[in-house]
Design a protein around this ligand. Structure first.
Ligand SMILES: Cc1cc2nc3c(=O)[nH]c(=O)nc-3n(C[C@H](O)[C@H](O)[C@H](O)COP(=O)(O)OP(=O)(O)OC[C@H]3O[C@@H](n4cnc5c(N)ncnc54)[C@H](O)[C@@H]3O)c2cc1C
Length: 443
């Protein structure tokens, strides 16, 4: 078995290290933080893992938080521009999802792989170091995320769809919310106002408070929800979030009102330009390194795929590397990546597909899912395995065929639509009746 240098003790790096250690490799893991540094880090992304990835981490012995709540259902509310609820989809996940604070995961994961025999070297790795490491290992794999060393990996113009950010992001982790006001929040909740705002409310195991909720806000740039640009603290961001929710998703206001941030550092704001890079970088010496995870495939978190994708990639490459005899040439690594991309492309297609406006067929599937739990379950399976959504969720003819196979005909759809229409009218009427004399309508 070979020798490998893994750069970055994050999601991809820890999974790859654990899998290759199990296969008998000599692993050296280079981390810019110690296990204690990881614990003292700023808040990290929600990084909810879905079914197969949760199972794979557990199989590798990296699932160390049995007390963390598993997510077993997702409840999605779809709103119209005038704040009316068009319909909801509430369906189970086929396998539980899990969101554990990456500060805990990375800290414990680093200790765990070291305990299993990995050599851990602390320090920030630069390009010169990579050259040295490439000379002394069978392979160097860069799993340093999307903020460092990515300049090494050339952008792939064919596989990259966007050159501008598609959403403005804000994330804050909270506790102290009013669960009784919205029991749906015992599980995952998504609130969508198409074209304006998507908010994800994810059960989360926070380093400091344990059971909590991680809220990810995805606002269309320049839209009514894009109000987090000037935020400078978790508390300030949470106040802005409360006002956005009061304006656009008022049925969540009561749940959110008493909430507090889990700590001053558990928040993030920013924008991401989704990109796919070439997986192999050639160093000044002519030697090469492989990139995995966000270092080469970076998606907007709208579909919650980054950590899932990093896990899938690390798993695929661990299996390929362990089975290979002979040198890990640039051509061999690129071929393996192309093979991975045959399936991996669906993750990017899913993420980019959700960033685009929902088309009529997709709205129809969601409407059918609001009436049929089996369709909702099939839809949610896309978060676990994005390939399962193709072609039926992204191709009009395939959507019709998908619905027909599930005995959802035109008359059923008409009935569902009439139900939604009546419901929306009812909401409008009730707002009208609550309107104070001479005043404007209250929520
Ligand atoms: C708001 C938000 C919410 C998200 N929610 C989800 C979600 O619900 N589900 C999901 O799947 N994904 C989600 N993601 C994405 C997910 O967090 C990332 O895609 C995932 O962590 C990427 O894993 P990685 O291993 O590539 O990089 P990382 O997990 O970022 O790990 C990189 C590691 O390398 C270290 N490092 C960096 N540079 C160096 C260097 N030069 N030398 C040594 N070490 C170095 C870093 O300190 C870090 O520990 C979200 C992202 C955001 C922004």
């Amino acid at each position: 078995m070979g020798t490998i240098a893994v750069i970055g003790a994050g999601q991809a790096g820890l999974v790859l290290s654990a899998a290759l250690l199990r296969a008998g490799w000599r692993v050296t893991l280079y981390s810019d933080r110690t296990a204690d540094d990881h614990l003292d880090d700023r808040g990290r992304p929600t990084a909810c893992l879905f079914g197969d990835q949760v199972e794979y981490e557990a199989d590798l012995g990296l699932s160390l938080w049995p007390e963390a709540s598993r997510v077993r259902r997702i409840h999605l509310d779809l709103f119209t521009d005038d704040r009316s609820l068009a319909f909801s989809v509430d369906a189970p996940l086929r396998k539980p999802a899990l969101a554990v604070d990456q500060r805990l995961k990375f800290s414990a994961g680093l200790r765990e792989v070291e305990r299993r025999g990995a050599s851990v070297v602390i320090g920030t790795v630069g390009v010169d170091d990579l050259d040295r490491l490439a000379a002394s290992h069978d392979l160097v794999v860069v799993t340093a995320g999307h903020k460092s060393l990515t300049g090494l990996f050339e952008r792939d113009p064919v596989r990259s769809v966007h050159s501008e950010p598609q959403r403005s992001l804000f994330m804050v982790n909270i506790h102290g919310y009013d669960m009784a006001a919205r029991p749906e929040h015992r599980e995952g909740v998504f609130s969508f106002l198409p074209g304006t705002l998507e908010v994800f409310w994810i059960p989360f195991f926070d380093k400091d408070v344990g059971e909590s909720r991680s809220i990810v806000v995805e606002a269309t740039p320049g839209g009514r929800g894009d109000r987090f640009g000037d935020v400078t603290s978790a508390d300030e961001g949470l106040e802005v979030l409360k006002s956005v929710v009061d304006d656009l998703f008022p049925h969540e206001s009561e749940f959110l009102r008493p909430a507090r941030a889990t700590s001053p550092v558990t928040w993030i704001k920013g924008q991401i330009v989704p990109v796919v890079r070439k997986p192999v970088a050639v160093l000044p010496s002519g030697r090469h390194v492989l990139g995995l995870g966000d270092a080469v495939v970076l998606n907007d978190p709208l579909a919650g795929q980054g950590a899932n994708n990093a896990t899938r990639m690390a798993r695929f490459f661990a299996e390929e590397l362990a089975a290979h005899e002979g040198p890990f040439t640039a051509a061999w690594l690129t071929e393996r990546f192309d093979e991975w991309w045959e399936r991996g492309c669906y993750t990017s297609d899913f993420s980019n597909g959700l960033l685009a406006p929902l088309n009529d067929e997709q709205k129809t599937v969601m409407l059918a899912a609001s009436r049929r739990e089996d369709i909702g379950e099939q839809l949610w399976e896309g978060f676990n395995d994005p390939s399962s959504l193709f072609p039926w969720f992204f191709d009009a003819a395939a959507t019709r065929e998908f619905l027909a196979r599930r005995n959802v005909g035109r008359l059923d759809l008409l009935r569902y639509k009439l139900g939604v229409g009546a419901n929306l009218l009812g909401q409008k009427a009730s707002r009208l009746f609550r309107r104070p004399l001479g005043g404007t309508a209250t929520p």
